[in-house]
Design a protein around this ligand. Sequence first.
Ligand SMILES: O=C(O)C(=O)C[C@]1(C(=O)O)C=C[C@@H](O)C=C1
Length: 187
Amino acid sequence: MVGRYKSPDEHPFFPEQLLQPVLPPVHYKNVLHRAAASININKLIWDVYFDDLLPRLVREGSDGHCGSSACCDTTILQALSKRIHYGKFVAEAKFRESPDKYSAAIEAQDKDKLMEMLTYKEVEENVKRRVRFKALTFGRVVGTDASPLADPPLKMKPDLVVELYDKWLVPLTKEVEVHYLLRRLDN
Ligand SMILES: O=C(O)C(=O)C[C@]1(C(=O)O)C=C[C@@H](O)C=C1
């Protein structure tokens, strides 16, 4: 209703139920190819979240706080969607850096070649090191008496955070990059 999904870095989970914005339109600088607007893998992100990620993050059963859980699900799903669909911007930057190299693979609609070209294993390793460090830094439990604990426990295993990035977040981001590049030369 406020035009959130007119922004190129926002993607609705239920596009068929969007209401017309009541606020005047914001004019975003258009850096992406117009094909970007038709790329939305939120249905897949939804399934990955409920089938693969959530079961690794929570214990089975209900604590009765369904409303709070639904709010957390919404926040996480939107954060995942944003991170993964940023792949469009990353792909555009890669294309602009080497248009000739990418154009050949795009003209051949060679998904495997594109995947190979846009993959930087050393960057992925760096991303995983960084998320491990973030989990170790920000994932600490704060003691109830407000005095620092000697060895504060962690809310979540850093290895698990790394695994989620390695198995799902990075591959889905790359999937968006490939989708986008395949359409980058559309008329
Ligand atoms: O940084 C990039 O080049 C990206 O494409 C992003 C990303 C990621 O999802 O973090 C994905 C693919 C690359 O192999 C490295 C990292």
